[in-house]
Design a binder for this molecule. Structure first.
Ligand code: 3HC
Ligand code: NAI
Length: 692
């Protein structure tokens, strides 16, 4: 049973027992109703306590049931809450850990609520693209007041229970053991009548309509493409302007509308995708982890400094090693400046800044780092430099230390072979700026030990990254796919687009930044360097030559104040460049291509389907373990629009046969070699299946 019933003297206790977070799935809902009825039938019972086993009271509706018949199977949550509220005997919610979403709504349906400190109280539905659908938008404003409730509902952010002590939400804060305190409280209120109900409280707010209009205007500016935040305001407005039961109906209709939206489906996909990423089929969840109490980073350049900050931010002492004093000083200065900037923006206190800086120390001697539990190499992207470093690490690092490389393109298996302990070697591919970007691609080498992989995944969580496992291949998941995207962007220039048109189209689709603005930011020379290598190693792969012509002019991007666009001093805005645009048109003429008008739809399809097709190959080859891992890479590392759920999820929503048809159509264009459909895509499309 996922909700159990017991009697302790004159008090009945219903305990939610549905791990991991007591989600209110069908069985649990049914169990609660049965418990309430049983307690009401037994004359010896004077009050009922509703509590949660394990981690907390309840994390809310069972998200796994959404869009399945079970979600709406009676007793639906609203029905459960109605039965609780109509119980002839008082029901007391005893809260610890979490009371979120439907869990909080259930507690609001109880006659009393008691809690211990440290519980997270929230209506986070908006983060899943929906709104509280079991009375939360109607009861929370009644009990916490219009403003506080609206803020909680629209932001979805948790508030700690102790911060809400003294509000009507909690009738009593328990300082000792929860159940003992709840029992005492239950006996005190057992005979009080009438039973208090949140629905009976009226909302008083001077000029509520004015406030709601203000809230609507504010929310509209921050909601972006997501419909849920504004609907939250609509539902709260119904709490103010309508009778309770009519407000409930408004809420329910809006909930049912939102749960079907593609934005909500995408957000739920991302929620589960993030959690699924840490599950590796052949690495059991109980794999013993290596201890990470200290770290070292080799190289204090662009990446090394940011990587070191991640450790310090998580309270892990880290040593940064450089070859030259000058490079070390430069790296440490940048790091300090980054922290100072955060402090100026109010994100860090002076005390936190000092604490974090005290955890980072520089060195030029390998003797100082040998005892670190993990070392991450972030030196130049050159195999011969990596060889020197890994041979040295093999000599000095203590047995059992994890040896990681931040390489973005090199073969981890080759790097591992420089050591006598390839089982301890792994790739940790951070994204720039490493202290900011959420994504961490964790590259599993052929010989990487399972506990090294599990420990590195756990470390990702500790340093607040989304860890996604990738197999070894050129570019891993993210960059291997982005190469196809950039390739198409180049071909589009030859055929009729200018950089601004491509960027605008894909930014309108929802990408944070189009391919040309992105390249200008990252440095066009990086792609040039990689392409020059490819011209030798993989001459069969075709590229537009426009990007090479751009680099030959020294237009490396923002760092040279000139790239695909022009830049002005101290201004990151991209200004279209006549020089570049003329160069593009002239290049097409040289190739004998007549510039044609290209639609935004073609731009979007070619860029996104190029990602999808390569993603399908990556999936088929086992480089990514699941389609949602690819989506997580793109959502957290490449600015793919969250409301579209990632490239593979997006392809699923379009329908894989439609995607395949478009790919075949583009394959009849100038570059059929870039549009060979991935066999997995062909197979799934034929079977009317999806990636996810
Ligand atoms: N339903 C089903 N499973 C859930 C869940 C839920 N509501 N919330 C979390 N889980 C699962 C996770 O998928 C994960 O499963 P796994 O171990 O198999 O991967 C497990 O619980 C643990 O989750 P976390 O890793 O996130 O654990 P944390 O301890 O870090 O956080 C939490 C716990 C704060 C509850 C966090 O999971 C969370 O924020 N959950 C979402 C809560 C939420 O959005 N609730 C609203 C649901 S919608 C609703 O109630 C509709 C109603 O209004 C009608
Ligand atoms: P960088 O050039 O900014 O920094 C490299 C640093 O390593 C320099 O400070 C240099 O002095 C130091 N160094 C060189 N040889 C060394 C040695 N033998 N011992 C100790 N220190 C040494 O380079 P960046 O950009 O930080 O890149 C580092 C690694 O991270 C590369 O493998 C790169 O491919 C990878 N990477 C870079 C990203 C980026 O956006 N810059 C993104 C993801 C990965």
């Amino acid at each position: 049973m996922t909700a159990t019933y017991r009697e302790q003297g004159d008090i009945a206790v219903i305990t939610l027992n549905n791990p991991p977070v007591n989600g209110l799935g069908y069985d649990t809902r049914k169990g609660i109703v049965e418990g309430i009825l049983q307690a009401n039938e037994n004359a010896a019972i004077r009050a009922i306590i509703l509590a949660g086993e394990g981690k907390g009271f309840s994390g809310g509706a069972d998200i796994r049931e959404f869009n399945t018949p079970k979600a709406l199977q009676e007793p639906w949550l609203q029905t459960v809450i109605q039965i609780v509220e109509n119980s002839g005997k008082p029901v007391i919610a005893a809260i610890h850990g979490v009371a979120m979403g439907g869990g909080l709504e259930l507690a609001l349906g109880c006659h009393y609520r008691v809690a211990v400190a440290g519980a997270q109280i929230a209506l986070p539905e908006v983060k899943l693209g929906i709104l509280p659908g079991a009375g939360g938008t109607q009861r929370l404003p009644r009990i916490l007041g219009l403003e506080t409730a609206l803020n909680m509902i629209v932001s979805g952010n948790p508030v700690m229970s102790e911060k809400l002590a003294g509000t009507k939400l909690f009738d009593h804060m328990i300082t000792g053991e929860l159940m003992a305190g709840a029992m005492d409280f239950a006996r005190k209120v057992a005979d009080v009548r009438p039973l208090p109900k949140v629905r009976d409280i009226s909302i008083t707010y001077p000029n509520a309509d004015g406030y709601l209009q203000f809230a609507r205007n504010t929310v509209r500016t921050v909601a972006g493409p997501f419909p849920a935040p504004l609907k939250c305001v609509d539902a709260v407005a119904a709490a103010v302007n309508k009778k309770f039961d009519d407000g409930l109906k408004v809420e329910r209709d809006l909930f049912l509308e939102l749960v079907q939206t593609s934005e909500s489906k995408a957000l739920r996909h991302a929620f589960f995708g993030e959690r699924a990423a840490s599950k590796i089929p052949d690495v059991p969840a109980d794999t013993p982890l290596r201890t990470i109490r200290s770290a070292a980073v080799i190289g204090a350049g662009t990446m090394g400094g940011g990587i070191a900050m991640n450790f310090a931010n998580a309270g892990i002492p880290v040593k940064v090693l450089e070859v030259k004093q000058e490079a070390l000083d430069k790296g440490m200065n940048i790091l300090r400046k980054n922290y100072e900037n955060s402090m100026k923006k109010g994100k860090l206190t002076q005390e936190q800044l000092e604490k974090r800086l005290s955890l980072i120390s520089g060195t030029m001697s390998y003797d100082d780092i040998g005892q670190a539990d993990i070392v991450i190499e972030a030196v130049f992207e050159d195999m011969s430099v990596k060889e020197v470093v890994f041979k040295k690490l093999d000599e000095v690092m203590k047995p059992g230390a994890i040896l990681a490389s931040n390489t973005s393109t090199l073969d981890i298996d080759k790097i591992a072979a420089f050591t006598k302990r390839p089982q301890d070697v792994i790739g940790t591919h951070f994204f720039s700026p490493a202290n900011v970007m959420k994504l961490l691609e964790i590259v599993r080498g052929e010989k990487t030990a399972k506990d090294v992989l599990a420990t590195t995944m756990a470390l990702a969580k500790t340093i607040r990254k989304t860890g996604v496992v990738s197999g070894v291949c050129d570019g891993f998941i993210g960059n291997r796919m982005v190469e196809q995207y950039i390739r198409q962007a180049g071909f589009l220039l030859e055929e009729g687009c200018l950089p601004e048109q491509v960027d605008k189209a894909i930014e309108k689709f929802g990408f944070a930044m189009g391919p040309f603005r992105m390249s200008d930011l990252a440095g066009n020379d990086i792609g040039w360097y990689i392409r020059k290598r490819r011209y030798v190693e993989k001459p069969e792969v075709t590229y537009s030559k426009v990007a090479d012509l751009l680099c030959e002019k020294g237009r490396f991007g923002q760092k040279t104040s000139a790239g695909w666009y022009d830049y002005k001093p101290n201004d990151r805005k991209a200004y279209p460049s006549d020089e570049v645009n003329q160069m593009i048109i002239a290049h097409s003429k040289d190739l004998g291509i007549e510039h044609r008008k290209i639609s935004d739809q073609e731009i979007i399809e070619r860029l996104v389907y190029a990602l999808v097709n390569e993603g399908a190959l990556i999936l088929e080859e086992g480089i990514a373990m699941k389609a949602s891992d690819i989506d997580m890479v793109y959502l957290t590392g490449y600015g793919f629009p969250l409301f579209r759920g990632g490239p593979m999820f997006y392809a699923d929503t379009i329908g894989l046969s439609n995607v395949l048809m478009a790919i075949n159509r583009y394959g009849k264009g100038r570059h059929p070699e870039a549009w060979v459909p991935a066999p997995l895509l062909v197979k799934l499309a034929a079977e009317s299946q999806a990636f996810n």
